[in-house]
Design a protein around this ligand. Structure first.
Ligand code: FAD
Length: 291
């Protein structure tokens, strides 16, 4: 591993100034669970690290009424311990719960999971279906980026060189919202997703009918993708049989472009992405679409 200069600012202002002054040669480090792996594999061009773990502005879960804001530096464990997340956004709760091991969740942060921009990052499909916005900041000011516009490719994001992620904000699920996060790994327990998926459905007044549907899949394309053909089918059909649900789930086939890698072949990933959507919705159906 190469030698690195380490910056450990105490204030946000100091951190943003350093990020601006050294842009291009400095990389943010939060929990380090992804970055240290990349450093060990010599995959990092920058030779300086900006440790943001002391910045209070990046920490915590905030109830903002209809929305929830999570600071980028909040660890997965801190998020899981917050009852607001379990009660108001169970899809995100289940996604975060599936990440790594307790040790990884104790130090890994939601900001790191997002900024790492892995197509298999488990928080990302959940944040997609919650229509999340990222709050980012630099010495020049703040801006919000819809999560769908943030990812440009594996490891590539719309973040400018002098910006850091401050946090992520999303809608709370309403009483008539149901959904799920599911992931298939190579084994049970700590495993990077071969495919993951999040679905959010808003119930209509007609039984088995939905007025809104959001479906996001990970590890099936260079970035997490929304499956809009599936979403349209979910809102135009009445989901009154498992056959109908399977018919809709098969449309996933038209929306994914997976690759073959060490974790799974293209064909396997395509089949798994259909099954994961089918099984999740079928499970909701068999429970009478109750939350
Ligand atoms: C054994 C193991 C198992 C794992 N299992 C899973 C899993 O099941 N699911 C999963 O999704 N991930 C998994 N991971 C990946 C990892 O733990 C998570 O992605 C974690 O959330 C990253 O957070 P971090 O704070 O450690 O990020 P870091 O490693 O510190 O940073 C990751 C990237 O984000 C950038 N970054 C971090 N914070 C900010 C910020 N505020 N602003 C701008 N850029 C920022 C860094 O520059 C870096 O590029 C696993 C990792 C390991 C080692």
């Amino acid at each position: 591993m190469k030698e690195l200069d380490y910056f450990f600012p105490k204030t946000l202002e100091e951190a943003l100034q350093i990020k601006n002054d050294l842009k291009g040669s400095i990389k943010v480090i939060a929990g380090g669970t992804d970055l240290v792996v990349h450093l060990k594999q010599d995959q990092v061009n920058e030779d300086k690290l900006l440790d943001v773990s002391r910045l209070e502005e990046l920490k915590g879960v905030v109830d903002k009424g209809d929305t929830i804001y999570i600071g980028a530096g909040t660890t997965h464990t801190e998020i899981l311990e917050n009852t607001l997340i379990k009660d108001s956004v169970p899809i995100l709760f289940d996604a975060i719960k599936s990440i790594g091991s307790p040790q990884i969740r104790n130090i890994g942060t939601i900001g790191g999971n997002i900024a790492n921009a892995s197509p298999a990052g488990d928080s990302i499909p959940a944040l997609f279906v919650l229509l999340s916005k990222l709050h980012v900041k630099s010495v020049e000011g703040s801006r919000e980026i819809p999560i769908e516009d943030f990812f440009l490719g594996p490891g590539k994001t719309a973040l400018k060189e002098n910006e850091i992620i401050m946090g992520v904000e999303f809608e709370k699920m309403k009483d008539n919202d149901i959904g799920f996060f599911r992931k298939v790994g190579q084994r049970k327990g700590t495993a990077i997703s071969v495919v993951n998926a999040a679905v959010r459905l808003t119930k209509d007044s007609i039984p088995n009918k939905f007025s809104k549907a959001y479906v996001a899949l990970g590890a099936v394309a260079p970035t997490v993708v929304r499956a809009k053909i599936v979403e349209n089918a979910l809102t135009s059909e009445i989901l009154d049989s498992l056959d109908k649900i399977m018919y809709i789930a098969r449309l996933v086939y038209r929306e994914v472009s997976p690759i073959t890698d060490v974790r799974g072949s293209l064909e396997y990933r395509r089949d798994v992405s259909i099954n994961i959507v089918y099984e999740g919705i079928a499970d909701l159906f068999l429970k009478g679409f109750r939350r």
